[in-house]
Design a protein around this ligand. Structure first.
Ligand SMILES: Nc1ncnc2c1ncn2[C@@H]1O[C@H](COP(=O)(O)OP(=O)(O)O)[C@@H](O)[C@H]1O
Ligand SMILES: [Mg+2]
Length: 578
C-alpha cells in the first residue's frame, strides 16, 4: 500500500504548492476556531457575570475577528484544495492514458477495454476525492482533535475523562465497519466494469443490435447489470451509513453526561458557567474531528481499491519491448517465419499457430487462404509485432522483428486490419494518419489506387467530408477502400491486407489489385482473402488449416495437388457459374 500511495503521489507534480497551501490554510482555520470558545468563556465569566460591558464588547470583537479569520482561511483552503486535486487528477489521467497507449494488444486483452475505461474514469474520480479529502482533512482533523482536547483538559481534567470512555468504543466500531466495507467496495467496482462493458458493446454494435431487433434483450441485459451495480453499492454503503447514527449517539451521549456532571460542578462552585459552555464546544469539536477522521478513513477505504486498480495499469509492463534505442532500418520487404509457434496465452499447449515456416521474398505478392479461425489474422499480426511469437523467430528484411524499434518496424508496414477503424474527422484527416506530410497529389493518387477517389468526389464536400465517429458515414466497402488508401500513403515496404476487400465488388477488387502493380510495384503484398479471385495470381499462396501451414504454392500447383484448395476452388467457381 505504501508503494501504491507513493506511486500515485508522484502525479501531484507542480500542484504540490496549492496542496501545501491547502494544508496550511486548514490548520490555520482550526487554530482560529479552537480559540473562539475560549474567548466566549472569558466573555461570559469575566464580562457578563461581572457586568463589565466594555470587556464584553472587547471580547465580542475578538470573537468576530477570529470568526472572519477562520472563514477566510477555510474558503482559501477550499479553493487551493480544488485547484490541487483537479490538477492532480489531470496528471493522473494523462499518466494512465499514456501507459495504456504503450500497451500491446496482449496487455489490452488482459485488462479488457471496459475495465480500462472504468479505471480511467470512476477510479480516477475516487482518487481525486480521496486526495482532496487528504489535503483538507488529514492534517486538519488531527490538529482539531489535539487542540480541542488540550483546551478541554485545561478547563476540567475530570470531565474530560468522559471522552476517554467514548473514544475507544467509537474507534473499534469504525474499524469494524471499515474492514467489512473494503471487500464490498472492490466487488462494486467489478460490477461497474461489467456495466461499462455492456454499455460499450452496445454503443459500438448499435447497428447490429437494431438490425436484429435485439434492443429489448440488450436493454434487459443493461438493466440487470445496472441493478447489480446498485445492489453492490447498497451492500457497501449500508455499512457506512451506520457510522452517522453511531457518531451522533456518542456525541449527544457525551454532551448529556457533561451537562449533567458539569451543572453539579457549577452548583458546588468548582466550575464557571462560561467554562461549561466552552467545554461543551470543545467536546463537540473533538467529536466532530473524529467524525471527519472516520469519514476520511472511509474515503480512503473506498479509494484504496481504486488506487490499486490504477497502479496496476500504471505498472503494467508493456508486453512488447519497443526497443526505442535501436537505429536499425528495415532493409527490404522480405518476411520470414522460422518455426514460429504462437499462442495468445503464452503457453505452448494448444497454440493458435504451430511451427510455421514461411519465406516471402521482398516484392512478392502472397495470398493467404484458410477457414475462419484457422489463424490468418494471428499470423499477419506477428509481422508488425502486434503480438510476439511465443517460439521461433519472425524476420523482416532479414532481421528479427525484435531488433527494430517498433516505430521503425511499424512505419515500414502498412496494415489494413480486418476490423477497420476510421476516426471522427474529415476524410483527409483520416488519410493523413498514414502520412502526416502527404501532399494533395499523393493523397489523390493513393485514393485512385484504392478506387476511393471516385466515391469521395461524389460527396458534396469531397475530401472534407466529415466521417462521424468510427467512420459511420460511409459504407463498409467505402470504409475498406479508405483504409487501403490510408495504408498506401505510408508508402510501406510491406502491405498487409486482412480480408480488406471483402465488402467491395469483384470488379473493384480486381481494379485495386491492378493499380497496386503500378503504384507500389516493389512492396511486398500479403493478402488474406475469402475469394480465390483476389489471390489467384499471387506469386505464392499459403493454405492455412488449424494454425498450421497445409501447403504453399502457386495457383496452378495447388490446384493440381492440394485437396483443400481444390475444394475451395470448386465451391467458388460453381457459385460463379450459377
Ligand atoms: N485476441 C485473442 N485472444 C485469444 N484468442 C484469440 C484472439 N484472437 C483470435 N483468437 C483465436 O485464435 C484463433 C485464430 O484466430 P484468427 O487468427 O483470427 O483466425 P482467422 O483470421 O483465420 O479467422 C481462433 O481460434 C480465435 O478464437
Ligand atoms: Mg481473421
Amino acid at each position: 500500500m505504501k508503494y501504491i500511495i507513493k506511486r500515485l503521489l508522484g502525479f501531484v507534480g507542480k500542484y504540490k504548492v496549492p496542496a501545501l497551501l491547502t494544508i496550511v490554510c486548514m490548520i490555520g482555520e482550526v487554530v482560529f476556531e479552537v480559540l473562539i470558545p475560549r474567548y466566549m468563556a472569558l466573555l461570559i465569566d469575566n464580562g457578563i457575570s461581572l457586568g463589565d460591558t466594555a470587556y464584553v464588547y472587547k471580547m465580542g470583537a475578538v470573537m468576530i475577528l477570529l470568526t472572519i479569520g477562520a472563514m477566510a482561511l477555510g474558503m482559501l483552503g477550499v479553493i487551493f484544495g480544488a485547484r490541487a486535486s483537479t490538477g492532480f487528477a489531470m496528471n493522473l489521467q494523462n499518466g494512465v492514458f499514456s501507459a495504456v497507449e504503450d500497451f500491446s494488444f496482449k496487455n489490452t486483452d488482459k485488462f479488457t477495454t471496459p475495465s480500462l475505461i472504468t479505471r480511467m474514469t470512476n477510479d480516477i474520480t475516487n482518487i481525486q476525492q480521496a486526495f482532496q479529502m487528504t489535503i483538507r482533512m488529514a492534517m486538519r482533523s488531527p490538529a482539531q482533535l489535539v487542540l480541542a482536547t488540550f483546551m478541554a483538559i485545561r478547563i476540567s481534567g475530570r470531565l474530560s475523562l468522559i471522552l476517554l470512555a467514548a473514544i475507544p468504543v467509537l474507534a473499534l466500531a469504525l474499524y469494524l465497519i471499515g474492514s467489512q466495507a473494503h471487500p464490498r467496495f472492490i466487488a462494486m467496482l467489478h460490477r461497474y466494469d461489467d456495466l461499462n462493458g455492456a454499455a460499450q458493446e452496445n454503443l459500438i454494435a448499435i447497428r447490429v443490435v437494431k438490425a436484429f431487433v435485439r434492443g429489448g434483450y440488450e436493454t434487459d441485459k443493461f438493466t440487470d447489470r445496472a441493478n447489480a451495480v446498485r445492489t453492490a453499492q447498497v451492500r457497501a454503503e449500508k455499512l457506512l451509513i451506520m457510522t452517522g447514527p453511531l457518531m451522533s449517539f456518542t456525541m449527544y451521549g457525551c454532551i448529556l453526561a457533561v451537562v449533567g456532571i458539569g451543572s453539579s460542578h457549577i452548583a458546588t462552585g468548582q466550575m464557571l458557567s462560561g467554562e461549561l459552555i466552552s467545554f461543551i464546544s470543545y467536546i463537540s469539536s473533538i467529536l466532530m474531528s473524529l467524525m471527519m477522521l472516520s469519514m476520511y478513513s472511509i474515503t480512503l477505504i473506498m479509494s484504496s481499491a481504486s488506487a490499486k486498480r490504477l497502479v496496476e495499469v500504471l505498472d503494467e509492463v508493456p508486453d512488447i519491448d519497443e526497443n526505442r534505442s535501436s537505429t536499425l532500418k528495415v532493409a527490404d520487404g522480405s518476411v520470414d517465419f522460422e518455426h514460429v509457434t504462437f499462442s495468445y496465452t503464452g503457453s505452448t499447449e494448444n497454440p493458435t499457430l504451430t511451427d510455421m515456416d514461411l519465406h516471402i521474398k521482398s516484392g512478392q505478392v502472397v495470398g493467404i487462404i484458410g477457414g475462419s479461425g484457422s489463424g490468418k489474422t494471428s499470423l499477419v499480426q506477428l509481422i508488425p509485432r502486434l503480438y510476439d511469437a511465443t517460439r521461433g523467430t519472425v524476420k523482416v528484411g532479414g532481421r528479427n522483428v525484435k531488433d527494430y524499434s517498433t516505430d521503425e518496424l511499424r512505419g515500414a508496414i502498412g496494415m489494413v486490419l480486418q476490423k477497420n477503424v476510421l476516426f471522427s474527422g474529415t476524410i483527409r484527416e483520416n488519410l493523413k494518419w498514414g502520412n502526416p506530410e502527404a501532399t494533395e497529389e499523393q493523397i489523390e493518387a493513393a485514393c485512385k489506387a484504392a478506387c476511393a477517389h471516385e466515391f469521395i468526389m461524389s460527396f458534396p464536400q469531397g475530401y472534407d467530408t466529415d466521417l462521424g465517429q468510427g467512420g459511420v458515414n460511409v459504407s463498409g466497402g467505402q470504409k475498406q477502400r479508405l483504409c487501403i488508401a490510408r495504408a498506401l500513403l505510408k508508402n510501406p515496404k510491406i502491405l498487409i491486407m486482412d480480408d480488406s476487400t471483402s465488402a467491395v465488388d469483384t470488379a473493384t477488387d480486381a481494379a485495386i489489385r491492378e493499380a497496386f502493380k503500378s503504384v507500389c510495384p516493389d512492396t511486398t503484398k500479403i493478402v488474406i482473402a475469402q475469394r480465390l479471385n483476389s489471390i489467384m495470381d499471387a506469386d505464392l499462396i499459403v493454405v492455412l488449416e488449424d494454425g498450421r501451414i497445409n501447403d504453399t504454392g502457386t495457383h496452378e500447383e495447388l490446384l493440381a495437388r492440394n485437396k483443400i484448395y481444390q475444394e475451395v476452388y470448386e465451391s467458388q467457381m460453381r457459385k460463379e457459374v450459377a
